[in-house]
Each structure stands twice: as structure tokens, then as C-alpha cells.
Design a protein around this ligand. Structure first.
Ligand code: HEC
Length: 278
């Protein structure tokens, strides 16, 4: 059924719509909590399965069968944790914002790893167990690695920590503002420039608010970083009163300043693509 406007609805329909909306919002919240818990749970199967593999090696060395019960228990707990974690991961993926290619690899290798954990449990008493455990540990390691690629960028393992923050999963033609500029402002500026705490009358939590400027007027000049007050404040010597962020607060990294400069020089609008500024 299509309704033109809410006023034309029979009054009995409105509570139903509101009720449905409330259920939708609550469900959304619940599914996002389930999704987010993937980030917590995923460490369990990794740690426990590696422990099981380690105990198998250790029991060879010691020629001691005493570890069998604990190895079996570890595999069972790890399999349960892997299945729950994979399901939560599926919910997390539905929230979007991930690079499709990296997500594909992590998702399917992750499900594969959970399946391997179950196979390991299944063959727990057979002579294939050690082989299955070896394969499962490898799969779990791979799934973890693809998860790292997904969250921190494909070069996360070899990248120096200070560059990590800039490399998040985004497509080259995504807008630079939402993928790179806004996260920088959010990390380094918004605690003093939000609508609840607008220092200098400036709010930096959205593009619209940035365009409104602060007490001293407009902060950005489209197409020229050097004429933009916002950029000029970033490159002032740190001891200057107007330097931003103020002395003693978390400063911008040179790469972050460079990204903001390029973005402003290229127009400082929502059209500039991420690949152009990085
Ligand atoms: C610890 C708090 C704090 C942080 C963090 C901070 N600022 Fe500020 N900012 C201020 C204060 C206080 C003022 C007002 C005094 C002034 O103009 O120097 C101000 C003013 C400004 C102004 C001038 C506004 C106007 O029109 O008067 C700009 C532009 C600015 N900040 C940009 C930034 C940017 C960009 C960041 C992040 C990289 C940032 N600030 C981080 C406290 C902060």
C-alpha cells in the first residue's frame, strides 16, 4: 500500500507504522551489536586452536598422552567459538563500508575456517585428527590475515604504525571528504569543534558545518589550501597561539596535513576522489 502523506493515513495505521519503525530501529541496533561482537569473538577460535596445535606438538615431544582431554576440549570450544564468530561476522559485513574484494576473501576463508574447526571436532578420535588440526590452524591464520587486510588495508602487516590510520578500506573513486578528510577531523578536531563544544564558533563534524565557517568567517577557499584559514592554522609553527590543534593536544601527522592540502587544492568539495589526494 502506498500513502501520499502521513496526514491522510487512517489514525489507526499510524501507531502500527510507528511500531514497525521502532521494531526496525531496535532490530537494527541488535544486529549491529551482534555484528560488532565479531571483533571480540574472533580472537577466541584463533587462540584456542593454536593452543591445541601447540599441545599436540608438545605431547609428541614429551611422549605423554596426558594432553589428550585438554586438546579435545580446546578443539570443541574453538569450533563453537568459530561458528558463532563467523555468524556475527556475517552481520558485521551487512553494515557495509568494506572493500568488496577484501571482504570476499575474509568472509569465505573465515567460513571455511569455521567449517574446518567443525571437521576437526568430527575426526577428533580418528588418525586424521593431527592432519585436520594442521589444516585448520592454517585456515584460521589465513582468515585472520584477510581480516587484517580488510580492517587495516592490504599492507597492514608491513606498514609502519603511524601510516595505518590513513589506510582504511575504501575504493579509489569514493569521495575524499567522507573517506579521508572527515575521519582526520573527527580524530583530531571534533572534540573541540562539535555542535556541543564549538570553539571559535566552528563545528567540524560534517561538511555542511565546515562550510558555515567559524567566528572569523569561512575556513576554506575552494581550490586553494594556502588561502584557507583551516589549512594555514595546521602549518603554523606549533608555539603560535593560532596553531591547530593547540599545543599539547594530539597533532596531525605530516601525511594527514598533506591530504587536507591536496583536497583543498583540488577543490575542497564532495566531488574530489580519494585516490587523488593520497
Ligand atoms: C583542544 C581543543 C581544540 C582542538 C583539538 C582543535 N581546536 Fe581549533 N580552536 C580551538 C579554540 C579554543 C579556538 C578559538 C581560538 C582561536 O581562534 O584560536 C579554535 C579555533 C579554530 C579555528 C578558527 C575558527 C574561527 O573562525 O574563529 C579553526 C579554523 C580551527 N580551530 C581549526 C581546527 C582544526 C582543523 C583542528 C583539528 C586539526 C582543530 N581546530 C582542533 C580549540 C581546538
Amino acid at each position: 500500500m502506498k500513502f501520499r502523506s502521513l496526514n491522510k493515513l487512517p489514525t489507526t495505521t499510524i501507531p502500527i507504522i510507528l511500531q514497525k519503525h521502532a521494531t526496525f530501529v531496535t532490530m537494527n541496533y541488535i544486529t549491529s551489536v551482534i555484528g560488532n561482537s565479531h571483533l571480540l569473538l574472533l580472537h577466541l577460535p584463533i587462540g584456542i586452536m593454536v593452543l591445541a596445535a601447540f599441545l599436540v606438538l608438545w605431547s609428541y615431544r614429551q611422549q605423554s598422552p596426558d594432553f589428550q582431554p585438554i586438546i579435545r576440549l580446546s578443539v570443541k570450544i574453538s569450533a563453537c567459538a568459530a561458528v558463532v564468530s563467523a555468524c556475527c561476522g556475517w552481520f558485521l559485513a551487512q553494515q557495509g563500508g568494506y572493500d568488496d574484494h577484501a571482504l570476499w576473501w575474509h568472509q569465505w576463508v573465515g567460513f571455511g575456517a569455521a567449517l574446518c574447526c567443525c571437521v576437526c571436532w568430527w575426526v577428533i578420535k580418528s588418525s586424521y585428527f593431527n592432519l585436520a588440526l594442521l589444516g585448520t590452524t592454517g585456515m584460521i591464520g589465513l582468515a585472520g590475515h584477510f581480516g587484517g587486510n580488510l580492517s587495516y588495508g592490504s599492507d597492514y602487516l608491513w606498514t609502519r604504525p603511524e601510516r595505518d590510520v590513513l589506510v582504511t578500506g575504501f575504493k579509489p573513486d569514493d569521495p575524499a571528504y567522507s573517506t579521508l578528510i572527515q575521519p582526520i577531523l573527527k580524530r583530531k578536531c571534533v572534540k573541540c569543534h562539535s555542535s556541543s563544544k564549538a570553539k571559535g564558533g566552528l563545528v567540524l563534524d560534517s561538511y555542511e558545518n565546515l562550510l558555515k565557517g567559524g567566528d572569523k568567517g569561512l575556513e576554506i577557499v575552494f581550490g586553494s589550501a594556502d588561502s584557507s584559514a583551516l589549512y594555514r592554522r595546521l602549518i603554523l609553527p606549533i608555539h603560535e597561539k593560532e596553531h591547530m590543534p593547540p599545543k599539547g593536544k594530539a597533532q596531525l601527522k605530516p601525511e594527514e596535513i598533506e591530504i587536507i592540502k591536496k583536497w583543498l587544492d583540488l577543490g575542497g568539495d564532495l566531488e574530489v576522489e580519494a585516490s587523488k589526494v593520497i
